[in-house]
Design a protein around this ligand. Sequence first.
Ligand SMILES: [Zn+2]
Length: 408
Amino acid sequence: MNCRFCDTALEHEFVDLGSSPPSNSYLRAEQLNEPEAFYPLRVFVCEKCFLVQIDEVKNAHEIFDDNYAYFSSFSKSWLEHARQYVEDVSGRFRIDENSRVVEIASNDGYLLQYFKQRDVTVLGIEPTLSTATVAREKGIETLTEFFGERFAKELSRDNRSADLLLGNNVLAHVPDINDFVAGLKVALNPDGVITMEFPHVLQLIENNQFDTIYHEHFSYLSLYTVKQIFEARDLEIFDVEEIPTHGGSLRIFAKHGGNTKHKVVKSVEDLLAKERWTGLQTLDYYLRFHPKVDRIKNHFLEFLVEQKRNGQTLVAYGAAAKGNTLLNYCGVRNDLIDFVVDASPHKQGLFLPGSHIPIVGESRLKDSKPDYIVILPWNLKQEILDQLDYVRNWGGRFVLPLPDLKIL
Ligand SMILES: [Zn+2]
């Protein structure tokens, strides 16, 4: 296997999380009696460009199929994040009714709806039909396509290039990152701006967020590496922000190389320096990660088994992809966690892949009054703690497995 950006042979393992089913492949009851496909979750780091990457073992078209169950609009804090972003960039880059905004992986229109309210021309590109259908019902034009250079050329030919081209949590999810960034170059107007958000690999490592590793998530990115990938396609990053979403992400701003309208600001240099001090440009830094992951696994399992032995009941909250990585790597099934509560009606009645823990609605939590609730999507911790505050009335407590086991 070679680096998907620079083609160097990959010889250094970052972490090996064993084998796991694709984390968004929720199961129906009748599927529990059928064999389930497990794929290795092995992550490498490139010694030349330091791109942390997983081997593409499963075809992206199989993962993001028409039944894909992740709907962005079911998270209130994510909606607020989108609304605020639209307000900020509209002011900064004068995005108005004369502009065209194109969002890649636009999901159910959670973000474009705010541009539409401002009479901006919007176009969503979303490969999963289930979410695209919801976006269309909101009146947001959505093409069910995978974005890459070929498709970008079609957009450009149809005079649908973007003044603002954005993608949140998609850069890390594309198997062919070179083709994707080549497409960005093609689909961007001369003075246009690209913004991309992706989880920062620095946060993953510093905060032990190994549960953000799953098959759909092909790359784990630093500014240092993304800058190289963009520059290889004559795109220049002119600003970067650290934002709190997904446990700590970067939002980058890019433009065509040589464009003078948007000035490069100091944040880029500062963040590169921060990454360098932290160690992101040395191989050793990446190789120290796996032992930290195993320590967390052991703590979490010890805790679950001890509570079970004491007759306590344990459930989980949030049937998110990251929960599946944690549960499958730790080997936790419904013998330790009775069920997982999720607000999305699209997931209720299904079962988590691998662990086969049933997904239920919140009423089940109120009826069964468990002693412990493990919060799986720790990035939504505060939202969940507020929403489930009533659990305290029966003495229920919350468990956060990462970055270190904590009982709240
Ligand atoms: Zn490389």
